[in-house]
Structure formats: C-alpha cells, structure tokens
Design a protein around this ligand. Structure first.
Ligand SMILES: [Zn+2]
Length: 391
C-alpha cells in the first residue's frame, strides 16, 4: 500500500471528532449530576473510601428524598447483605417487591436478590421458594444455580440431581457430569448405610454411565462387596482404579489389602501394593505397605523397603518411618537415639500431610470429595501434600 498525502489530513480530523464527543459526554454527565442530591455524592465518597456504614446512611437519605430510585434500593440491599445485615436487606427487597408500579425486570431482580438474602440468613426453605418463582426471565438460570447450591447444603441429593440435569439440558456447553456422578454416589452411600444393595448398584451404575472417570463409584462398590463377603468381587472392582486413575490408589489401598486378607492371600496383596507404590509413590500407599511389611515380613524387610523408597521419593513422613525401621533393628543407645529422632520428626510432620483443594487452596486433614471451602467437587488431589499449613 502506498502512502498518500491526504492521510495526513485525516489524523487531525479524527482527533477533532474525539474531542467533540468527549465534550458532549462530559456535558451530559454534568447536567445529570446536577440533578442528584449531595447525599448521593457523600455516599459514593464513603464507598470509595471503604466506609460502607457511612455510605449506607447517606444512601438512606437519598432514598428518602427520592423513593422512586430502584437502583439505589438495590445497591442498599446488596450493601446490607454484604455487611451481614440480612434482615435489613430482606426488608429493602420486600419493599421493592410490594410496589405495584415496579417493572417486570426489576421485580425479577428484587426476587432474585431476596432469595440470596434468605440464603445468607440460612433460611433455606424461603430462599428455595424465592428462586423457584423465577421460572423465566434474565434471572432464571442463575436462580437454578442457586437452587442447586441449596440442595447440596441440605443434602437433598435427589433434588440436586434433577436440578443439575435440567441445567445440563439448558446449557449443554457447561458440563455437570462430575457433579451428577457425585450426587449418584451420595445416594449410593445413603443406600449402603441402609444396606439396600440393589439401590447401591443402581446408583453406582448411573454414576459411571454419566462419568466413567469417577473413582468414588468403584470404591463404594468395593465397600459394598466387602460388606457382603464377596472379597473376590471387591478385588476385581478395586483393581480397576489403577487403570482409571492411579493417583487414587492410596484411597483404595486399605480396601485392597482387606480383600486379600479375607481371601487368605495377604502376601500377594502386599506384593501388589508394593508394585503400585513403586509405580506411583504416595504417602498413603507407603503407610499401609510399611505397616504390612512389618507385620508380614519383619523389621529387616521394612528397613530395606523404607531405605529404597526414601532414596527414590523422599518425604518427611517417610523419613520418620525410615528412622522407626532403623530403631527396630538397632540396639542399646543407638536404638533409643533413633527412636527419639523418629518421634521428633513424627511430631513435626503431624500437621504436614494435608490434602489441598486445587480450586481454593483449602487444606484438610481428611480427604473430601466436596471441598468444605469452595463446595467444588473432586477438587482435592488424592495425594497428600508434603507442605506446611499456612500460618
Ligand atoms: Zn476448595
């Protein structure tokens, strides 16, 4: 493309247009702002200075001067809720809803906000009722999401399942497979407690049909078969976890060993777990392999195991076990010194092994399928993290 002289003229013209447009915008903004009461700006100032209490007082004054301003009521309601004053937030939104002249879109908005006020106040039935009234309109999908949250808090898994399935149909781009499979697992867990074997099987089949990567289903099926005395069957199911996702082997290890012991094949079980540990080192797996090696093969074999393991994948809890194994094979002063060192490391590492949520970083001593911090499903890495707790 060749340069043409008239292009030079275009530059000042473009700048000129921009300047005029900016002036027009500024003028309309100034004329609008002249109509607003001074309290509004005071309130805004307080908000900007992170003084929400004073901002609320100023905004209440504006609302008294001009009760028709719906936007201000919405802002006040959300400020009250954020500050934990749910009663006042509820009153603001209920007042808005009682207005006959409120346009349909604002009515839906007020109902949606009211639902969140109830949710924050822990009034789950009333929150569910508010969200259920939003079948259509701009807030329908968000209200369904909120209902899904409520059902999970209430542990109403059947309702949560129906809601997640509806949401999947509404928005095929967002996958709820993980959640739906977990809701089936929750129902299976409940059925397992009431010893309803048919229901457990049915729910677990449904979980795996919707999400074949779900590891909780084979774990629960293993529990069910072990409880029914079918160790062979339990073993067959539990061993599929290695192919599915070897990271979860640590969670399955105790069950696998229990099944082998029930069949009278404990040494074979230990050999299987030792092989799994060699392929996928983890503290959970190491713990059970160490314990079983001590009880089945004695302290010398346990020492060889720990020495090999710590050279391959060193970890603080593993080091404590290595010292313990050394102490078990030593004598006299050396033994008591090693015992002392082992105890000290065990004490220091007690708070170390934690499961960490990938999504929100929440640390827990136990493994959770649903994070207590962010309510996300399967957000915990099943392997314990060898990191100190945040102070
Ligand atoms: Zn989390």
């Amino acid at each position: 493309m060749e340069f043409e002289v008239w292009w030079l003229l275009a530059i000042p013209v473009i700048f000129g247009c921009g300047w005029v447009a900016a002036r027009l915008d500024l003028r309309s903004l100034l004329s609008e702002s002249r109509n607003l009461p001074a309290s509004y700006f005071r309130g805004l100032n307080f908000l900007l200075n992170e003084q929400p209490d004073k901002a609320i007082d100023a905004f209440i004054e504006v609302a008294k001067l001009d009760p028709e301003t719906t936007e201000l009521h919405f802002a006040l309601g959300s400020l009250f809720r954020r500050r934990g004053e749910t009663e006042r937030a509820i009153r603001v939104h209920q007042n808005l809803l009682s207005r006959d002249d409120l346009p349909q879109a604002d009515q839906e908005h007020a109902l949606y906000e009211l639902g969140h006020d109830f949710l924050k106040a822990g009034l789950l039935d009333r929150a569910e009722d508010a969200f259920s009234r939003l079948h259509t309109g701009a807030y329908a999908k968000a209200a369904q999401h909120a209902k899904l949250t409520i059902y999970q808090i209430e542990k109403e898994w059947r309702k949560a399942l129906a809601e997640a399935e509806t949401l999947s149909d509404l928005d095929p781009a967002v996958s709820y497979r993980k959640e739906i499979a977990q809701f089936h697992c929750e129902l299976a867990q409940e059925a397992l407690q009431r010893k309803d074997v048919d229901a457990v099987g049915h729910e677990l089949d449904a979980a795996l049909a919707v999400n074949p990567a779900n590891v909780r289903a084979p774990l629960l099926r293993g529990d069910m078969l072990l409880a029914a005395g079918d160790a062979e069957g339990a073993l067959r199911v539990l061993r599929t976890i290695e192919e599915q996702n070897p990271m979860y082997l640590g969670l399955a290890a105790k069950r696998v060993m229990k099944a082998y012991e029930a069949l009278g094949r404990a040494p074979e079980g230990l050999a299987t777990l030792r092989e799994a540990l060699r392929k996928n080192p983890s503290d959970d797996l190491l713990e059970i392999v160490y314990e079983k090696t001590v009880s089945l093969e004695g302290p010398e074999a346990a020492l060889i195991l720990m020495r090999e393991q710590m050279h391959r994948a060193p970890s603080a809890p593993g080091m404590a076990r290595l010292l313990e194994a050394h102490a078990a094979t030593a004598q006299g002063d050396t033994q008591s010194d090693l015992q002392l060192m082992g105890k000290l490391i065990t004490q220091r590492t007690k708070s170390l092994p934690r499961y960490v949520c990938d999504q929100c970083g929440f640390r827990a001593r136990l493994f959770y399928w649903q994070c207590p911090g962010c309510n996300g499903w399967e957000t915990y890495t099943p392997r314990r993290a060898d990191v100190p707790a945040a102070s």
